[in-house]
Ligand binder design. Structure first.
Ligand SMILES: [Zn+2]
Length: 187
């Protein structure tokens, strides 16, 4: 299988580690994303929301906000380009570019997503970075794998999520309906 090296960074800002929030997140989507990319970001948020929901309701929930300084726990999703995200030496090899970034401190997170990706890449990276914002680390077997292997949140990701959020992964949609990409049309 052809694999493309990919750097999906989780960098701690200001020495702060991830802190579990209230479980209710305000999500701000950068209005400078194209209309198409804004739809894709919202689909990714909705997809994570579905994956971590079970009969008791969602373990965490997301509410879109137009205010990047909204009160509460906020996940800001910024639009950027390859160049801005390249934190190492500049390179002509796309595999050397960092396509997404999640910086988190306290209970707020700032995600940067390169708008230069095609839809499958963009949605994979967006799911991955949102996973970091929820406290997930790199793990093989799911969307938290840093390579181009798994494009959607899997049960492995939901299990890791439940280690952070004290939930029963076997009851959540991400494990009970492990291959449900109907909400990711044309993905
Ligand atoms: Zn990562």
């Amino acid at each position: 299988m052809k694999t493309i090296p990919l750097i999906l960074a989780a960098v701690l800002l200001g020495g702060c580690g991830w802190v579990r929030g209230s479980g209710h997140y305000r999500v701000w989507v950068d209005p400078s994303f194209s209309a198409e990319k804004q739809v894709e970001v919202r689909q990714v948020v909705a997809y994570w929301q579905d994956r971590v929901t079970g009969p008791q309701g969602p373990v965490v929930d997301f509410e879109l906000t137009s205010d990047p300084d909204a009160d509460g726990d906020v996940i800001r999703i910024h639009s950027t380009t390859y160049e801005k995200l390249t934190r190492e030496e500049p390179s002509d090899n796309p595999g050397d570019w960092t396509l997404g970034y999640c910086g988190y401190g306290g209970t707020d997170s700032d995600i940067e997503l390169s708008s230069n990706m095609n839809r499958p890449q963009f949605m994979k990276v967006a799911q991955h970075e949102l996973g970091h914002a929820l406290g997930l680390e790199h793990e093989p077997g799911g969307v938290m794998d840093p390579g181009w292997i798994h494009y959607v949140v899997t049960c492995d990701d939901v299990k890791q999520f439940c280690e952070e959020w004290d939930c029963d992964a076997s009851k959540l949609n991400g494990c009970t309906h492990p291959i449900d990409i109907t909400s990711m049309q044309d993905f």
